[in-house]
Structures are given as C-alpha cells and as structure tokens.
Design a protein around this ligand. Structure first.
Ligand code: PGA
Length: 260
C-alpha cells in the first residue's frame, strides 16, 4: 500500500494578512515547477483570520490544500468565539487540525472533545488531522505507548473504518515541539508503527494500511529526508519551519528525494 505523503505547515498564532499572503505566494512560487504526481500533498494551516485570503490565493493551484487549526463540534448556536466545520468548508478548507498539544494544554481540550470534533469534521465532509503526543515526564516514566494508544482510541471512537482510513494522525512528542530537539527518527517510527497497530485493532488491516500518520516536532529541512525514509512515517506536521517559504519549500523538495 502506498500512502501519499503529506507536508503540512501549522502556522499557529502567527502572521497578519500581509504576512500570510507573502508566505503563501512564496510557497506557490517555490513549488510551481515541481511535478505534482511526485509531490507530497502540501497543506497549510493559517489562522482563522487569514483563511479567506489564503484560500483565494491558492484557488487556482491543485498543489496546496487548506487547513484550519481548530473548530467547534456543533453546527451552529450560542458558542461565542467559536467556528463551525461548515464555516471552514465554506472558506475552502479540506482539513482541520484537532487535539494539538497546545490546545490540550492551554485550552483544556479533552479526548472527548477531540472525538466530537473528529465526528463533526467527517460528517461535514472535511478531514481531521488528529494530534497526539506525550510529555517529557510521561516519556521518562515509560508510559508513552500507553498514553498515545489511549489518546488514539478515544479520538477515533465511534468512527467507521472508512472514516478512519481517510483521517490523518500526527504524532507530536510534546518535548520536541518548538524546542529544536527532534525525536530520533527510529523512535518516532516505532511509536507511529505502534499507533498503526492500535488503528488496526480498532478497525482492520486495510484501514491501518491506508491511514496517514505524520511526525511533528522540530522538523527542519535537514531532518526530513531521514524521517521520510522510515517505514511508517507518512509525512510531517511542521510549525516553526513552515513560517518561512524557503524552509518550508526545502522541506517539501527534500522529502521528495526519498522514494516512497
Ligand atoms: P514545530 O511545531 O515544528 O515548531 O516543533 C510542530 C507543531 O506543533 O505542529
């Protein structure tokens, strides 16, 4: 089974509209000569306030897909400050990142909320990028696998195999996010293979073979080749290095040096 790799840029809470526009144009320019059939699926996730603008800038390119960084699970109602899946679809989003560790940590998102979001995203015709990951403390106390497995079981609970197969998971060890310390590629691959096995247990082997599982945490142009050479790593969720067109484009082109 060949899974099409994904290179996804998570811009987090950065960029005014002007910055978003120049970054988007820089990415479009950097990938314009790449052969689409050999390219990974490139996804960018600007803030809500830049989505409409970025959506217009990429509308004529089939090489970039748009993602939002969060959503609410209800379809409408009295939820001041929140945004629905339908609103994000209306703006041209294909994906929505959910369960990022920053949202779990600073906004008290629970596994149950993440599961409701996953269901709402899939029901609305979009695709979730579901994040999971352990803290340094959990890693040091040897509960990494158990913790990640429980996050994944909870996030995917009640989804059909077909829905699971088209979802995306991002394994992001919290201690590697924004720290410049990437997780050793073999270890990231081991955890991702473990996640694939959990997916197989709750669905079946063809679903587990289809779902794309990304690595995230200080991915840089210099690390991506080794990461993409691993059997189970299907791409990357990139924070810091996705904020400059040059480094994001270099990550995309370097990832293509690895035969999939
Ligand atoms: P980073 O962020 O690449 O800056 O470590 C990754 C993420 O949080 O998605």
């Amino acid at each position: 089974m060949t899974r099409r790799p994904i290179m996804a840029g998570n811009w987090k809470m950065n960029n005014l509209m002007n910055d978003s526009a120049s970054l988007t144009l820089g990415i479009l320019d950097g990938i314009k000569d790449l052969n689409e059939s050999q390219m990974p699926e490139v996804i960018i996730a600007p803030t809500f306030t830049s989505l409409a603008l970025v959506s217009r800038l990429i509308k004529d390119s089939s090489k970039i897909a748009l993602a939002a960084q969060n959503c609410h699970w209800e379809n409408s109602g009295a939820y001041t400050g929140e945004v629905t899946v339908g609103m994000l679809k209306d703006l041209g989003c294909k994906y929505i990142i959910i369960g990022h560790s920053e949202r779990r940590q600073y906004f008290s998102e629970t596994d149950e909320m993440i599961n409701k979001k996953a269901k709402s995203i899939l029901a609305g015709g979009l695709l979730p990028i579901i994040c999971c990951g352990e803290t340094l403390e959990q890693r040091e106390s040897g509960v990494t696998d158990e913790h990640i497995a429980s996050q994944i079981r909870a996030a995917l609970s009640g989804l059909s195999n077909e829905e699971i197969a088209k979802s995306v998971i991002a394994y992001e060890p919290i201690w590697a996010i924004g720290t410049g310390k990437t997780c050793d590629s073999a270890e990231a691959n081991r955890v991702i293979a473990m996640i694939r096995n959990v997916v197989k247990e709750i669905s079946d082997s063809s679903t587990a073979d289809s779902i794309r599982i990304l690595y995230g945490g200080s991915v840089k142009p210099a690390t991506i080749e080794e990461q993409m050479s691993m059997s189970d790593i299907d791409g990357a969720l990139i924070g810091g290095a996705s904020l400059k067109a040059d480094s994001f484009n270099e990550i995309i082109t370097n990832s293509m040096k690895v035969a999939v």
